[in-house]
Design a protein around this ligand. Sequence first.
Ligand SMILES: [Zn+2]
Ligand SMILES: [Zn+2]
Length: 179
Amino acid sequence: MNLSRRRMLRIAGSSGLAVVAGSALAIGQESPAFAAQKNWRWCVKCQGLWFFGNSKWGACPASPNGHSIDGSGNYSLLSSSDGGSGQTNWRWCFKCQGLWFFGNSSWGACPASPNGHSIDGSGSYKIEFASVGGGQAGWRWCWKCQGLMFFGNSKLGACPASSIGHGPEKSAVYQLRFA
Ligand SMILES: [Zn+2]
Ligand SMILES: [Zn+2]
């Protein structure tokens, strides 16, 4: 957590690709997703939410070329330490660039790794429930891959854990805000 905080300060407001020497975690030449942060996108191919701020397309379960930004707004996520209500313990995965829920003692399924998602380098994010209002409703947690996915198109999208797509049926309804 201390490392995450230091990284957060380092890259705030910058293009973020320079990793300071002496970093304890070997997570490569990319910046971690930090809290209360813009540049999250919806992927039309897999319906997932992913971080576009690392100049990487990540890994998409629906495409060998990575996620897409086509048709997506620019979403902003809260840090778990920010005020207001919501569910904490969401994390960014540096392997696939996706957002996923870390509160279930499961690493979920990651399209970039057989070992599931990673929490390395990520802050803890807070996702609001749609009942709060003021955002775009229709977002769901997938119990199969632990990812956040948009169900407002009535499409299940592609899930790295299931050939029939994401599983939104056990989820509360979440909302996201535009940056
Ligand atoms: Zn995708
Ligand atoms: Zn899924």
